[in-house]
Each structure stands twice: as structure tokens, then as C-alpha cells.
Design a protein around this ligand. Structure first.
Ligand SMILES: [Zn+2]
Length: 199
């Protein structure tokens, strides 16, 4: 019994390291899995051990999948000359869920940060420059977070690509769909006002 309890404790400790889960949520999740052993825990254990072997980063864009070149990079119909630059894979997946962007992506792997000593060579910026030439890109869309580091990175990339003949755009910033002005912070309101357009 002692060892079994130790195993369950170890499982809880590992689960608690997952983003969004603390020790309390991890305990609840583990208890839930034990109760749903056949329905949840066994299939989860199987797929975890499989994905632990098969998951890899796309050699071209940095997306996470189970092949060396991801499905988006492999799809010929997505070679429309547009690259959407994102900070990390979660952002890429969010864009794909929206289902409106038809081109390819480029995952930077973070943002420039003086504080954390992240420089251009720590990110996939040189590779982006190569792809712009190799894939006959005419537009680079910078879909970076509206943080100081995100915007610093956007400006750096825009400078790097200046003179390469590509159009460089960024996502509009402003009032979110369903957003009420009264609940927005000052920065969002000021960005929305600056990006105003005629109706
Ligand atoms: Zn890819």
C-alpha cells in the first residue's frame, strides 16, 4: 500500500506542474481519473506514451505535430505567399481555430526581451528571413501579442525585412467582439481609437 500511495502522490506532483493546474486541481484530476479508470485513465496513459514518442516540431514553421513537416506546410493550397508570424504554437492553433487565415505560419518561439536576455538569434528570425525568399512570400502578418516585448519584436522583424519587397502587416488592435467600452483598459481604448476606420 505504501508504494501505491507513493505512486499516486508522484502522479499528483507531476500533474501539478501542468500549466493551469495547482496541487489542489491536480489532486482532483487524479481522483477523477482513478474513478474513471477505463473511460479516461487507461486511454490517456496509452495516448500519452504514444505522443511522447511521436510529437515533434515542424522543421519548416515550428508547429507541433507528429511529422517532420506539418500538415499546413505540406498542403500546397496554403502556399499563397502569406506567412503569419506568431510567438508560440498555442497562438498558431488559436489562429487555426478561427479558420480564416489560408496561408502558412512561422513560430518564433518567444519574443525579444532585454530583461530575459532573449536576442534575435534565440528566436526563429533568421529562418523567417530565409523562408520569405524561398517561399516567394509577398505578405508577412505579424500576429504578436500586444505586450511591450511583442511589439518590440514586431518592430525588429519589420526592420529586418525592410527592403525585401514584402508587405508587412500587423493584426488590428482594439475593441474585442462583444466588448463593452466601460470594461476595457486605457491602452485598448487608445489603440482602438488610433486604428479607427470609416463605416
Ligand atoms: Zn509547418
Amino acid at each position: 500500500m505504501g508504494n501505491a500511495t507513493r505512486d499516486i502522490e508522484n502522479l499528483i506532483e507531476l500533474m501539478a506542474k501542468l500549466p493551469g493546474l495547482g496541487p489542489r486541481s491536480a489532486r482532483r484530476a487524479v481522483l477523477h481519473m482513478i474513478k474513471k479508470r477505463a473511460l479516461l485513465m487507461t486511454p490517456l496513459a496509452d495516448i500519452l506514451s504514444e505522443v511522447a514518442v511521436t510529437a515533434r516540431e515542424c522543421l519548416n514553421c515550428g508547429n507541433v505535430g507528429t511529422t517532420d513537416i506539418c500538415e499546413i506546410c505540406a498542403a500546397e493550397k496554403r502556399a499563397i505567399g502569406e506567412i503569419c508570424v506568431v510567438e508560440d504554437v498555442a497562438d498558431l492553433w488559436a489562429m487555426e481555430r478561427a479558420g480564416v487565415f489560408k496561408g502558412r505560419y512561422h513560430v518564433l518561439g518567444g519574443t525579444l526581451s532585454a530583461l530575459d536576455a532573449v536576442g534575435p538569434d534565440d528566436l526563429q528570425i533568421p529562418k523567417l528571413r530565409n523562408r520569405v525568399a524561398a517561399e516567394e512570400i509577398h505578405e508577412v502578418i505579424l500576429a504578436l501579442n500586444a505586450t511591450i516585448d511583442g511589439q518590440t519584436t514586431a518592430h525588429y522583424i519589420a526592420d529586418e525585412l525592410a527592403g525585401s519587397g514584402v508587405t508587412i502587416t500587423t493584426l488590428a488592435q482594439g475593441v474585442p467582439i462583444g466588448g463593452e467600452l466601460d470594461y476595457l483598459d486605457d491602452g485598448t481604448i487608445s489603440a482602438a481609437l488610433k486604428a479607427r476606420k470609416s463605416i
